[in-house]
Unconditional design. Structure first.
Length: 100
């Protein structure tokens, strides 16, 4: 099961990490995190993943506690992966504002 990992820097302190696995060219799992680089270490602002067998978004607070879960039930894993990357690129400022 090949895994791929990459980062997308959005500004000097904000980036997205993408980790996904494929089998026979099909996405079978992923995690896409919106991260903030801080003096005390990097913080996860929110994340899309495939835990629980279905793609979803977890919005967390500054201590890492789950505030909200949004399910992506109508999407395939490949569609959800693309959606997650696009959403975090376009809306990172909104997620960061809610995090603080």
């Amino acid at each position: 099961m090949p895994e791929k990992f990459f980062k997308v820097w959005l500004d000097e302190k904000t980036y997205i990490t993408v980790l996904f696995a494929t089998v026979d060219g099909h996405v079978v799992s992923f995690v896409v995190r919106l991260m903030s680089a801080t003096e005390s270490g990097d913080k996860c602002i929110c994340r899309y993943d495939t835990a629980h067998g279905c793609p979803h978004l977890d919005i967390v607070d500054s201590r890492g506690h789950l505030l909200e879960k949004k399910w992506l039930l109508e999407m395939s894993l490949a569609e959800a992966l693309r959606f997650a990357i696009k959403d975090l690129k376009q809306n990172h400022a909104k997620y960061f504002k809610n995090f603080r």
